[in-house]
Design a protein around this ligand. Structure first.
Ligand code: GCU
Length: 592
């Protein structure tokens, strides 16, 4: 996938700002012709979730269809170009109209999609954009739907959350990432795959380019403005290898970036160009170790959420900058995009500042009582889209295929069903990207016989012994974890990452004894786990759950928010933040 960019051949307009909004709770908008506009509306900010912005208009807990409208004047300079409406995401699915004509749709939450509006968008005239967004999952989606009736039918009345959803995070709805009108050459470059390797001390950048036209492509690789390698492919098909002697390798300590540019040629003329920052690095699993550029690494960091007051799940650049600043302050070197692909701007920043990212698919709580062939097909589709979007980022070091599959500990999550499921999905991932290891985040209830463990390269665990069980008993909880780690290390000679461990702490709540919900309990809980993980031979990472308090659906176990953050929702540190900063600062000094 090509990122929006401006150069002699390409341009774009940004459509962020105030859009017109109208909820469609009876889903009548399509039949009533809302695609041509409506006569009453509310203002909503894009990017933005509608929920908190429009809470006073009754939309805080709204899940269903909603329409967003925006008019844009198309510059005359866009004449004779391919015009594309590009959405960074629409959650969870969308249909798009241009001047009343349907031009595209998406049913992949948290992922970008493009609608060709050439012929609808007339340079020198106004384009009317209408988008119907629906923040409801389907039952065969990779995060399955659930309703209040389901909780009743399954006799899980005490588990019911409002709005009804399976994952432990709020089902925000909206256009959560930037919207752009792209102006491209008629037959542009459409995608490229960039892989890097290190051979005999030299860097190798392997490039495959795709375009709708052209009879050749020239590639130029630069470091700080100086050309270090070039290649040409005519015709385009095939692979170009760019060799860099004495390369500056990409790593957290030195996130060296090169600029790769592809020039598309047609009949001897350049007709398009695209650029991308490239980091030369390798990531490999060797035995129970995780190696970056041949050196063992230990992941210090967090499971996060895209969550902020008022803007909800939307890209919020001040919070993005603040979060990276706090991760640098606390001496973290990595995070997992729990539980869905994050904004591309987040990965760009991680590339530039040397953070390691585990890219997680939008699959939470797969329920193998209902997972079927369509679920697997949807999982493969989501995997393909996410790899296409994220594969060229050096910061992305691993694909996490699912969070807490088999979350109910259901008997159907077994070798026979789930084994085949993971065989198919991991094979698909390896067919698409041979350069990155695969993992999942195992739920405590699925235990140490998770069918995914024999299919993935890195074993990922979420554990809360001492919180959800053995409450108030940190040492007993840590001992339970140690026993599981030893079993897994004996059964699978693979690296293990603790993707989640944590305790809710109400900021300002204190105790001299081990008391749930106090800052001391959170600090002591995390320290006990970290002591264990940092000294276990198979453990290559510790990601605390969570970076910051975040909104969930309503439930009596959630005091408005999930309070497991090491920072509050407005990013104030709790006691544990200072403990982690010292601890991880020492690991950093030791080169771990
Ligand atoms: C699970 C889940 C998280 C959730 C956490 C918790 O492990 O993966 O999404 O927030 O537990 O209960 O705090």
């Amino acid at each position: 996938m090509i990122r929006p960019q401006r150069n002699r051949y390409r341009n774009y307009l940004e459509l962020d700002g105030l859009w017109r909004f109208r909820a469609d709770p009876d889903d009548v908008g399509e039949t009533e012709g809302w695609a041509n506009g409506v006569d009453t509306w509310l203002d909503v900010a894009v990017p933005g979730s509608w929920n908190e912005q429009l809470a006073e208009a009754g939309l805080m807990n709204y899940t269903g269809a909603a329409w967003l409208f925006r008019d844009v004047f198309v510059p005359e300079t866009y004449a004779d170009q391919k015009l594309i409406l590009r959405f960074g995401s629409a959650d969870f699915r969308a249909i798009v109209w241009a001047n009343g004509a349907a031009v595209g749709e998406s049913n992949l939450p948290y992922m970008p999609f493009e609608c060709d509006v050439t012929g609808h968008a007339i340079p020198g005239e106004t384009l009317r954009v209408a988008v119907k967004v629906t923040n409801l999952f389907d039952y065969d989606w990779i995060t399955p739907a659930i309703s209040s009736e389901d909780f009743e039918r399954e006799n899980r009345l005490k588990d019911e959350v409002f709005p009804a959803t399976r994952p432990d995070f709020f089902p925000y709805g909206g256009l959560h990432r930037p919207v752009k009108l792209l102006a491209l050459p008629k037959r542009p470059i459409t995608a490229w795959e960039i892989e890097t390797d290190i051979q005999d001390g030299a860097g190798k950048v392997v490039v495959r380019t795709h375009a709708e036209g052209g009879d050749g492509v020239s590639l130029v690789l630069k470091r700080r403005g100086e050309t270090v390698a070039q290649a040409r492919l005519a015709p385009l098909s095939g692979v170009a290898n760019l060799i860099v002697d004495a390369p500056d390798l990409w790593s957290p300590d030195c996130p060296a970036l090169y600029e790769l540019t592809a020039f598309l040629e047609e009949d001897g003329e350049i007709v398009d160009a695209v650029s991308q920052l490239v980091g030369i690095r390798t990531i490999k699993v060797v035995g129970a170790s995780l190696l970056l550029n041949g050196e063992r690494i230990f992941l210090r960091g967090f499971g996060k959420h895209e969550d902020a007051p008022i803007s909800g799940r939307a890209l919020n650049l001040p919070f993005l900058v603040k979060d990276f600043g706090l991760m640098r302050w606390i001496n973290a070197n990595s995070f997992r995009t729990s539980h869905y692909p994050y904004a591309e701007e987040m990965l760009d920043y991680a590339d530039r500042h040397g953070f390691l990212v585990v890219s997680e698919l939008a699959s939470v709580n797969l329920d193998f009582r209902i997972a079927d062939e369509q679920t697997l097909a949807n999982h493969k589709r989501a995997l393909e889209a996410q790899i296409a979007r994220d594969r060229n980022h050096p910061c992305v070091i691993m694909w996490c295929l699912a969070n807490e599959p088999g979350y109910l500990g259901e008997a159907e999550y077994n070798e026979e069903n789930a084994g085949l499921y993971w065989d198919a999905l991991t094979q698909k991932a390896r067919d698409l990207d041979k350069t990155r290891p695969l993992t999942t985040a195992n739920v405590q209830y699925a235990g140490v016989d998770d069918p995914a463990f024999s299919r993935v390269d890195v074993i990922g665990l979420n554990r809360y012994h001492g919180w959800y069980n053995a409450p108030g008993q940190i040492e007993r909880g840590a001992e339970m974890v140690r026993k599981e780690l030893d079993v897994l290390h004996r059964n699978h000679a693979k690296p293990i990452i603790m993707f989640e461990f944590g305790a809710d702490a109400l900021h300002g709540e204190h105790s001299t004894t081990d008391q749930l919900f106090t800052e001391e309990y959170q600090e002591n809980f995390l320290a006990a786990y970290c002591d264990l993980l940092e000294n276990h031979p198979a453990c290559v990472g510790e990601h605390v759950w969570n970076f910051a308090d975040f909104r969930t659906s309503q439930h009596f176990r959630r005091v408005v928010l999930n309070r497991k953050g090491v920072f509050t929702r407005d990013r104030r540190p709790k006691r544990a933040a200072f403990m982690l900063r010292d601890r991880w600062g020492n690991l950093k000094k030791e080169g771990r």
